[in-house]
Design a protein around this ligand. Structure first.
Ligand SMILES: CC[C@H](CNC(=O)c1ccc(S(N)(=O)=O)cc1)c1ccc2[nH]ccc2c1
Ligand SMILES: [Zn+2]
Length: 262
């Protein structure tokens, strides 16, 4: 893992961005130390209402691949949990390693997972556009789900089958009727939550993180297709595999991680 972080620093300096945003005392990702998390009985269950018809496209943005949703109405939303407002789903994406030994951004008691899913939502009660919300400290809510290698994930396969069409940076294909709810584990009641940031530039400190305790399983072959994507565009002569697209862990700076379960 350490070597992956060093590799990242060498090969993709943009990944590290400024080591800490000037005055940045709520950066992400972090290691979740379970016994230091504070059980908060006020934390409510998460309420997700996702409409598969708001799914629009899948594209390679040169960091990861994103599945984007129409967020011009409140059709796919997240509320409850630690949140006071209603948040609109705008996209989901993943982070993964070059091997199954590492790849997640968050860790639990230093435990690494081969990949991590992020479902990105913005506060549509307070703001009218994602671009606005991303600059505000209560602007975004991201659900993090750990992936483990095991049995094939049937719901993920439709997405995996679309990846060869977006191998290169800036390629995009239409992608419709995908229910992101199929990527959530059966238990979404148990989670940790803390205030942090985007894990890619501009690293803005606008995210309420909700990290699910239960992971999902995907097959080795499905994860291998993630690794067949490229960081580079079709024109570049040197092609670079899209792997290790995670940020190194950031200091907690006195923040409290709350848990919804004992
Ligand atoms: C402000 C940055 C944003 C692009 N980045 C993201 O949306 C983003 C979202 C989630 C995460 S993570 N890994 O923490 O979950 C990291 C980055 C961004 C930047 C400029 C833009 N112009 C129009 C739209 C738009 C979006
Ligand atoms: Zn992410």
């Amino acid at each position: 893992m350490q070597e992956a972080a060093e590799y990242n620093m060498k090969m993709h300096p943009m990944w590290q961005g400024p080591l800490a945003v000037p005055g940045g005392d709520r950066q992400s990702p972090i290691d979740i130390i379970v016994q230091r998390s504070i059980i908060d009985s006020e934390l409510k269950p998460l309420v997700t209402e996702y409409d598969p018809h708001t799914c629009q496209q899948i594209w390679n943005n040169g960091y990861s691949f994103l599945v984007e949703y129409d967020d011009t109405t409140d059709k796919s939303t997240l509320k409850g949990g630690p949140l006071q407002d209603k948040f609109r789903l705008c996209q989901f994406h993943f982070h993964w390693g070059e091997t199954n030994a590492w790849g997640s951004e968050h860790t639990v008691d230093r435990r690494l997972f081969p990949a991590e899913l992020h479902l990105v939502h913005w506060n549509s009660d307070k703001y009218s556009l994602f671009e606005e919300a991303v600059m505000e400290d209560n602007g975004l809510a991201v659900i993090g789900v750990f992936l483990k290698v095991g049995k094939r994930h049937e719901g993920l396969q439709k997405l995996v089958d679309a990846l060869p069409a977006i191998r290169h940076k800036d390629s995009v294909v239409e992608f419709t009727r995908f229910d992101p709810g199929c990527l959530l584990p059966s238990n979404i009641e148990d989670y940790w939550t803390y205030h942090g940031s985007l894990t890619t530039p501009p690293l803005t400190e606008s995210v309420t993180w909700i990290i699910l305790k239960q992971h999902i399983e995907v097959s080795h072959d499905q994860l291998a297709v993630f690794r067949s994507l490229l960081f580079t565009s079709a024109e570049e002569e040197v092609q670079k595999s899209m792997v290790n697209n995670f940020r190194v862990q950031q200091p907690l700076r006195g923040r409290t991680v709350r848990s919804s379960f004992t």
